[in-house]
Design a protein around this ligand. Structure first.
Ligand SMILES: C[S@@+](CC[C@H](N)C(=O)[O-])C[C@H]1O[C@@H](n2cnc3c(N)ncnc32)[C@H](O)[C@@H]1O
Length: 275
């Protein structure tokens, strides 16, 4: 198993501090991530059903799992007999360490930034990227990098979340703590489509609303924490939010008849083949 280091020194948009913050919080969550990632599993599995490389991978295929996290999906490509061409790349050293521990042998685990891939032009047959790009400040740079490293006929499969994701939680926090942001911002569907079609004109985009049930708003917040997906942007409270505000947020969150809550996720997938 090789660990390759390719983390760049600078970044085009999002500040390096924020990127290191993202890397650190995913690293802290690396041991709890797999048990909390039901949305991530569903979205990745949706792409895998379309992927020709899972059951029928040519011996020399080169596959990149971009933003691989703990390597859950990387391992789906890494048949022990032919895992040499499989790589998982992530910004977070903690996530990569967790992925490396679980193996299998032969996979390359690469520390790097999706906006500046440390990989050669025309070098890959498949880029698979599940719920990574929404963490990037410059999604167009990520799409260009994917296009650059794919060989002719190579395929990109990518998923993300759009505006409207966690709208119930956002509205509850806006009522309870109007001067601070508590929920990540996501691209609008229109902005996402414009960016994707500017970089990959013939890409197919699919969208769907996914609703997940939780016991309470605190259970939802706990899951986000276990995923390392808490809010990290400017505008967040620097100090711990007062218990009274948390209770107010809880009381503002809409309940189902049985007392549980639903959280909405606006899911989007793109599928593209390089000509
Ligand atoms: C929600 S997790 C998804 C992990 C994995 N793809 C899965 O489906 O379980 C997002 C991952 O993207 C990584 N990430 C965030 N920004 C990144 C960037 N600019 N370059 C590479 N990885 C990044 C995070 O460290 C994290 O592991």
């Amino acid at each position: 198993m090789r660990v390759v280091s390719g983390l760049p020194g600078g970044s085009a948009g999002i500040s390096q501090t924020l990127k290191s913050d993202i890397a650190r919080s995913f690293g802290v969550a690396s041991s709890t991530y797999d048990r909390a990632s039901r949305l991530q599993r569903f979205m990745g599995d949706t792409m895998l059903q379309r992927c020709p490389f899972v059951d029928d991978q040519p011996l020399d295929a080169r596959i990149l799992d971009l933003g691989c996290g703990t390597g859950w999906f990387t391992r789906k490509f890494a048949d022990p007999a032919k895992s040499e061409g499989v790589s998982g790349l992530d910004l977070s050293p903690g996530m990569l360490e967790q992925a490396r521990r679980q193996g299998p042998k032969g996979v390359s685990w690469i520390a790097g930034d999706a906006e500046h891939l440390p990989l050669s032009d025309n070098s890959h047959d498949q880029v698979f990227s599940n719920l990574m790009i929404q963490w990037c400040d410059d999604p167009c740079a990520v799409l260009r990098e994917c296009r650059r490293i794919l060989r002719p006929d190579g395929c990109l499969m990518m998923s993300t979340l759009l505006d409207g994701t966690l709208r119930e939680l956002k509205a509850a926090w806006e009522a309870a703590d109007p001067d601070h942001q508590h929920v990540n911002r996501f691209e609008t569907g229109f902005a996402w489509q414009t960016k994707v079609h500017a970089e990959l004109p013939d890409a197919v985009i699919e969208t769907r609303t996914i609703r997940l049930r939780y016991q309470s708003p605190m259970a939802l917040a706990g899951e986000l924490r276990q995923l390392g997906a808490g809010f990290r942007g400017a505008g967040r409270r620097r100090a711990v939010t007062a218990p009274g505000r948390v209770r107010l947020m809880d009381s503002q969150y809409p309940r189902e008849p049985d007392g549980t809550i639903m959280a909405s996720y606006e899911a989007a997938w793109i599928y593209w083949q390089k000509q």
